[in-house]
Ligand binder design. Structure first.
Ligand SMILES: [Zn+2]
Length: 289
């Protein structure tokens, strides 16, 4: 009888421990489960771009990968360790500050689709990127204006540029071929500019596509070569995010861009000052996450 009591005490302890542990595991999983909202994070990856989107049903999109492996750390914190799925990777254009971090993403994650253009680069990064795409047999989608990508039942990604599809040899400056996309949930829109310069902005305006957005990921790291006044007026964002490295050699973001945003009363945030910039929306309102 005495022995039986001791055993059941042990069993009770084991059960309590098991409950505690499974509780911890569930708490761990809980933080990654879809919450019915769209989360958009402009990562602080130094001088470059990497933007992570998580839709209300948990679809994951990574737009660009920054200049190095920093993005692996960022995405690693975003997803549970046992789940390596990324539904869509967008390479806006093949410059090193956008493509370099994507090579390891393709190799280490289960990337389902890659959206890109014909624009090429004569760099080892570009060759490695193509090699990784081939090795992993990833589905490649070519971007063009007017394309509508249904991320989930509620979240759409519309491609605004490139407006004209040019063969690789005709692309002089990859920035000109940047993929520009507008991600929408309900009445809230995010406009992701890549490094598109002002003439691409003007092409988008001329194409008559809707460009108004609550959040603008400012083009080309806040360079004065992007974000024209008319374009900004038409987008009329509440918030803007600038992805640029501290003390970068280009002087990004340029003062002209910051002045323009200020005059337009846009609340802007810089990765070099704020670190990761997180936004969240339920489709009706947008706020910092
Ligand atoms: Zn860039």
């Amino acid at each position: 009888m005495q022995l039986e009591i001791r055993v059941s005490r042990k069993a009770w302890l084991a059960l309590a421990l098991l409950a505690l542990m499974s509780g911890l595991v569930w708490a761990g999983i809980w933080q990654y489960t879809p919450d019915g909202k769209l989360h958009v994070t402009v990562y602080d990856v130094g001088q470059g771009d990497a933007i992570f989107l998580r839709t209300p049903t948990g679809v994951r999109v990574l737009v660009d990968g920054g200049p190095d492996q920093e993005v692996l750390k960022k995405v690693g914190e975003e997803l549970p360790f046992f789940d390596r799925r990324i539904d869509l990777v967008v390479l806006t254009h093949p410059h090193a500050d956008h493509i370099a971090g994507l090579i390891d993403i393709l190799r280490r994650y289960q990337v389902r689709h890659v959206l890109t253009t014909q624009a090429q680069a004569k760099s080892e990064y570009y060759r490695e990127f193509i090699r990784a795409l081939m090795d992993r047999r990833i589905d490649i989608i070519e971007a063009h204006a007017g394309q509508l990508i249904t991320l989930d039942r509620w979240t759409k990604m519309r491609i605004l540029a490139p407006v004209q599809i040019l063969p690789a040899a005709a692309v002089k400056d990859p920035n000109e071929a940047s993929i520009v996309s507008r991600v929408s949930l309900g009445i809230i829109d995010f406009l992701l500019m890549g490094d598109a310069p002002k003439d691409v902005e003007n092409e988008i305006i001329a194409s008559g596509q809707a460009i108004d957005a609550e959040m603008l990921k400012v083009g080309h790291h806040g360079s004065r070569g992007s974000t024209g006044q008319q374009f900004l007026e038409m987008v009329s964002p509440l918030y803007a995010a600038i992805s640029s490295g501290a003390a970068n050699r280009y002087g990004h973001p340029h003062q002209e861009t910051l002045d323009l945003l200020e005059r337009a009363h846009v609340k802007f945030f810089r990765t070099d000052q704020e670190g990761d910039i997180r936004f969240v929306t339920d489709g009706r309102t947008i706020s910092r996450d």
